[in-house]
Design a protein around this ligand. Sequence first.
Ligand code: AMP
Ligand code: MG
Length: 189
Amino acid sequence: MGKKVVITGVPGVGKTTVINRAIEELSAEGIEYEPLNFGTCMFEVASGQGMVRDRDEMRKLDQAQQRDLQRSAAQVIARSEGNVIIDTHCTVKTPKGYLAGLPEWVLRELMPDTVILVETDEDQILKRRLSDETRVRDLEGYNDILEHQQFNRAMGAAYAMLTGCTVKIVKNPDFLLEKGVEDMKDILR
Ligand code: AMP
Ligand code: MG
């Protein structure tokens, strides 16, 4: 059985960048991880059924629809063998409030060894969102992002209680990507 590591962080924190770098550098050491993107698994189903046109529309869908998409993504991901890194969210900010990214019935499918929370300062996240033109990011202020990062920590603790996984906070501050990548590699080795 391979290792299952879940990586989370608010939109724009740079999860995907850190993951890709860590995977590439570990591969050079002979340690292989397959990156899996939870949102992409959901989007394949959602776009196939004509529910959305882009991945940023999914968090605006009905709660029941989002749950169905989560369930199908979890089932696909649970089938993978070997070491996997699952790129997802501790909580998703929906118009009706925070939705757990890994509700109990998703966690039971995935049973991660570790949940990583990638974090950085709220003002840096604001700046990164503004400069990313490939995505439809929600316009949020400093305090909204602060609340989201705090809520994600609380949710991470709940995941640890439910599964016995460890929770690791990895910082990804401006100009210090390499440090974040090193911390990530230490967890994955
Ligand atoms: P991302 O590319 O990681 O920002 O993910 C794109 C979208 O996928 C998010 O905005 C959510 O709508 C959805 N998504 C990703 N992971 C989850 C999850 N665990 N639960 C619910 N929705 C998710
Ligand atoms: Mg991403």
